[in-house]
Each structure stands twice: as structure tokens, then as C-alpha cells.
Design a protein around this ligand. Structure first.
Ligand SMILES: Nc1ncnc2c1ncn2[C@@H]1O[C@H](COP(=O)(O)OP(=O)(O)OP(=O)(O)O)[C@@H](O)[C@H]1O
Ligand SMILES: [Mg+2]
Length: 287
């Protein structure tokens, strides 16, 4: 049984207004336990709206969301459960950080879960340490943190709830490449050590290729396609049509292939590219 699934999920913003818009339309997906899934799509395609349904932050206009096979909107208790079991890190960390100290922000989720003070403290300290936030930052106002630290604090707040599913909406937006890698590696390690399911929404086709096992592509509020990185990234023209693009490294290898070099055309990350070149030069040397 998938850990999360949706059927015919639809969300209309501004229902009875002239601005009425179906931000997601008839989306049915399944996410397996322990899976690392990526969601890609052009700006405004509906990614954030979709994931905000998975933990009951948004209520569907039509369709259903199931957590471990159970409709999360069945009753008050089930939707509360969904909020704790499915941790959502918002696209803009400012939406999530509002307490007077970083400590209180990270403690917010565990506190709502009704945990003891001692357990809350343990989790806050652990989560802060895990994401690499120095203890000295815990008493600071979240608004005094740098962009990268804010991201870390928001992620720590979600991790402190120890959710079975961790959803991250553009967790690396605005960070430099090193900051990006640090956060994504942290998420990868977290998933590997806890067995959690992770859903990553990202504009970066390269980040998605590097970390996820399966990709969902959203276009104009609908699920356009889904599949492995190879399946999806080999549809270069279709992606371009959607305002998405294959990673730069993929293009480099397409050019090399076009020039007659005997290299693979399905290279989607720098690491794969590097290994392919090593192999290629190895071949050259041995000739
Ligand atoms: N609170 C809201 N009220 C009204 N319309 C909204 C609201 N949030 C999003 N929308 C609209 O719904 C559509 C989908 O938006 P959404 O934020 O889900 O897209 P997205 O794929 O996450 O975009 P981005 O890549 O820019 O984050 C867009 O047309 C957007 O303008
Ligand atoms: Mg978004």
C-alpha cells in the first residue's frame, strides 16, 4: 500500500470570485513508503498547491488524499494525524518561522504534538544539531538568521516532529551551489538513516536528477507524466515545451555525441558526467 495517494485531487482558489482558478486538476498519484520522489513543473503549474494537500494544510475542492490508505479528511483526528505524520517545509521559510526565537520555532511542531518538555527539548537540540545550526543561534530571533540558516531552522522544525513523510518545497531556492548541496545531502542522509519517505519540489533539474528515484511532472495544474529520471529527462523537447529544460551537463554530452564521440547520451548529473569522461579518457589511453 502506498504511504500517500491522491485520487482526482482538485483545488480551486477563489471559488466564488472572478479570480477563480483551478490550481490543481484531477491529480491522482501514489507515493511508496521510503521512496524519494521529485516534483517538477513550471512556475504556477500547481506544485505547492499539490503538496499542501498531502498533510491537510489545504482542503481539496474535489478528490481525496489518503495516508496509509485512510482518507485524511475522514474526521478531525485523521487530519491532525496527517499534519504530524507528513511534515511540510514551505517554499518560503518566512511562512514557517514566526516565533521570537529559533528554539521556539523548532519546538512548535513537537509542542503541538503534546510531547513532554523534556522530549521537546531533546528533539529541538537534536534537530538543530542535525541540520548544522549552532546552539548559539537557538536563542536568536529567526529574522536575524541568514537565508541558509532560515532554511535550516525551518527544516529542523519539521524534522523535530519525526514525520514519516518529509516534503520540501524548493528547499534550496536562493542558496549558492555549496549551500544547496549541503542541504540536499542532509536530506538524503536523513532519509537513509530514518527510512522516511521524501518528496522534493525543485526547479533545479540537476538537483532532482541527483537525488530522487522517481519524478512527477506537473503542467498547467495537471499531472503531465511520471517516471524514472531517465524516462522523463530523455523527453527533452517535451520538457522544453513546458518551460523546463534538461540539465546543462546533459546538453554538453549531447554535443559531444553529436561530434561523434563515443559517450553516453543519458548523463543527467555532474557526477555521472565526470565518471563518463573518466571512462572515455581511459578508453582513449588504452587505444
Ligand atoms: N493563495 C492563493 N490564492 C489564489 N491563487 C493562488 C494561491 N496560491 C497559488 N495560486 C495560483 O494557483 C496556481 C498554482 O500555484 P502554485 O503556487 O501551486 O504553483 P507552483 O507550481 O508551486 O509555482 P512556483 O514554481 O512559482 O512555486 C497559480 O496560478 C497561482 O497563481
Ligand atoms: Mg511553489
Amino acid at each position: 500500500m502506498p504511504i500517500i495517494s491522491t485520487s482526482g485531487l482538485t483545488h480551486v482558489y477563489g471559488e466564488n470570485t472572478p479570480f477563480k482558478v483551478a490550481a490543481i486538476n484531477d491529480i491522482s498519484i501514489e507515493i511508496g513508503k521510503g521512496e524519494f520522489v521529485g516534483i517538477i513543473g513550471h512556475t504556477g503549474s500547481g506544485k505547492s498547491t499539490l503538496i499542501q494537500h498531502l498533510n491537510g494544510i489545504l482542503k481539496p475542492s474535489a478528490g481525496k488524499v489518503f495516508l496509509e490508505g485512510k482518507d485524511i479528511w475522514e474526521n478531525k483526528k485523521s487530519v491532525r494525524q496527517a499534519r504530524f505524520k507528513v511534515g511540510l517545509c514551505f517554499q518560503y521559510p518566512e511562512y514557517q518561522l514566526f516565533e521570537e526565537s529559533v528554539y521556539k520555532d523548532i519546538a512548535f511542531g513537537p509542542k503541538n504534538m503534546g510531547l513532554s518538555e523534556k522530549e521537546i527539548d531533546k528533539r529541538v537540540v537534536q534537530a538543530a544539531e542535525y541540520v548544522g545550526l549552532a546552539a548559539s543561534l537557538l536563542e536568536k530571533s529567526p529574522f536575524d538568521l541568514s537565508g541558509g540558516e532560515k532554511r535550516r531552522a525551518a527544516i529542523a522544525g519539521v524534522m523535530a516532529m519525526q514525520p514519516a513523510v518529509l516534503i520540501l518545497d524548493e528547499p534550496t531556492a536562493g542558496l549558492d551551489p555549496r549551500g544547496r548541496d549541503k542541504i540536499l545531502n542532509l536530506i538524503k542522509d536523513y532519509r537513509e538513516s530514518t527510512g522516511s519517505t521524501v518528496v522534493l519540489v525543485s526547479h533545479s533539474m540537476e538537483d532532482v536528477a541527483k537525488y530522487v528515484q522517481r519524478v512527477l511532472v506537473v503542467r498547467n495544474s495537471r499531472l503531465e507524466m511520471q517516471g524514472s529520471i531517465k524516462d522523463i529527462y530523455s523527453k527533452g523537447e517535451l520538457l522544453k515545451d513546458m518551460g523546463l529544460d534538461v540539465p546543462q551537463i546533459t546538453k554538453v554530452f549531447e554535443i559531444l555525441q553529436g561530434k561523434g564521440l563515443d559517450v553516453r547520451g543519458d548523463i543527467f548529473t555532474l557526477e555521472e558526467g565526470f565518471n563518463e569522461l573518466l571512462k572515455f579518457f581511459g578508453k582513449e589511453v588504452s587505444v
